[in-house]
Design a protein around this ligand. Structure first.
Ligand SMILES: Cc1ncc(COP(=O)(O)O)c(C=O)c1O
Length: 402
């Protein structure tokens, strides 16, 4: 029976990551389906009113309402937690819902956050615009330098928030050094691990308290759905995050959870192949443009650190042209195979000009401080044959005189 329902956690916890990606967290229904069931239901029926009351009182195990629990969503949460090596995970409707929830659930007026300068535009909006509205101050630091985190600590600092690799400049944060500073000061370290995913980098092994994801990226990996997730200790997820998400409702739909479950089955294969492809494409681009920011290439100033923290470089890198927006847009417009698209983590190769898309909403002087210049382009290398991607880039670079 255990074998059919697949719920014996004393066995499943010991599975290796490749096994977790395919089977972790699965809970079979009475039909014994092999592929995870999709439970499209908003509510749950009770045998009697006393059962309903007992479930709401937490005295009876069971589900009450899909804003709070759903069998398909819970399978995804268990699977991500197992891959992450975290005690618990809560999924969200989008990556930004995850980032918003992970900050607001633990901060209050008077608190202080230290955040990495290079970050996805909307993450910068959270730290620079949303938090101050609630009287929460942020110090922005160059996260490549751990000392800047240490120097920014105040008695009221509650959270360190950063991404590594960072979107889109591929800055790398020394996870161990920064998480050690957080620990020593009783600060919660929150790492946005969207670019690497647990398949390539597990921040908790370096001392991170919480990891947060846009699962829209590599976890779905095929450009189909939006999703997010937050991983941490059971205490953090249940006592700090859950009261916030249960009542504010950034819940992931069961359908999207099911799609991401399917995505996770192939995450390891995809991310490793895309990393290999990104190495080939990066080596080609490097010879053609003035500057390439690719953590897998020795020319990246933090290459050694990146490779010490990550199992492979991941599918995303950035590079600079020399003729500003006109040349950057010209290059995008000349592409024939690679799509002009601001998503990442897709199995298709996609390219964007961050200054006019993903970071359009960040004030120009902040953008420039982050290194998001008019010359910068970001490329997500997909699963196509890298020689075809290189041929497309070759002709597009030639078209703009590079
Ligand atoms: C590093 C990073 N964090 C968060 C997000 C937000 O994720 P979502 O688009 O799923 O809300 C993104 C999206 O591009 C991202 O790149």
């Amino acid at each position: 029976m255990k074998r059919r329902t697949g719920q014996d956690t004393s066995i499943t916890r010991s599975w290796r990551p490749a096994t977790q990606a395919v089977r972790g967290g699965t809970a079979r229904s009475e039909f014994g389906e092999t592929s995870e069931a999709l439970f499209l239901t908003s509510g749950y029926a009770y045998d009697c009113a006393a059962d309903a009351a007992a479930r709401f009182a937490g005295e009876q195990v069971g589900m009450t309402y899909s804003r709070l629990q759903n069998p398909t969503v819970e399978m995804l949460e268990r699977r991500i937690a197992l891959l992450e090596g975290a005690e618990a995970c809560r999924s969200m409707a989008t990556g930004m819902a995850a980032m918003t929830a992970v900050l607001l659930c633990q901060l209050q007026t008077g608190d202080h956050v230290v955040a990495g300068r290079a970050a996805f535009g909307s993450c910068r909006w959270l730290t620079d615009t949303l938090l101050p509205k609630f009287g929460i101050a942020t110090t922005i630091v160059d996260a490549r330098d751990p000392q800047q985190f240490a120097d920014a600590v105040q008695p009221n600092t509650k959270v360190f928030f950063f991404e590594t690799p960072a979107n889109p400049t591929m800055d790398i944060v020394d996870l161990k050094a920064v998480c050690d500073i957080a620990r020593a000061n009783g600060i919660v370290s929150v790492v946005d691990n969207a670019f690497a995913t647990p398949a390539l980098q597990r921040p908790m092994e370096f001392g991170a308290d919480v990891t947060a994801y846009s699962a829209t990226k590599m976890m779905d990996g095929q450009g189909r759905v939006l999703a997010g997730a937050v991983c941490g200790t059971e205490k953090f997820i249940n006592d700090t995050l859950l009261p916030f998400t249960r009542n504010t409702g950034p819940t992931l739909s069961a359908f999207n959870a099911w799609v991401v479950l399917k995505g996770l089955e192939t995450l390891d294969l995809r991310i490793r192949r895309q990393s290999e492809n990104a190495m080939k494409v990066g080596a080609f681009i490097e010879g053609r443009v003035p500057r390439t920011l690719h953590p897998g290439l020795p020319s990246h100033p933090q290459h050694n650190l990146a490779m010490a923290q990550m199992d492979a470089c991941g599918p995303i890198f950035a590079f600079e042209v020399e003729g500003g927006r006109k040349q950057a847009h010209g290059l995008l417009d000349a592409l024939q195979l690679v799509d002009i698209s601001n998503n990442i983590g897709d199995s298709r190769s996609l390219m964007t000009h961050p200054a006019s898309t993903t970071h359009y909403g960040v004030a120009e002087e902040k953008r420039l401080e982050m290194g998001v210049t008019e010359n910068l382009l970001r490329l997500n290398v997909g699963l196509e044959d890298p020689e075809d991607v290189i041929a497309d880039l070759d002709q597009a670079l030639s078209a703009v005189g590079l």
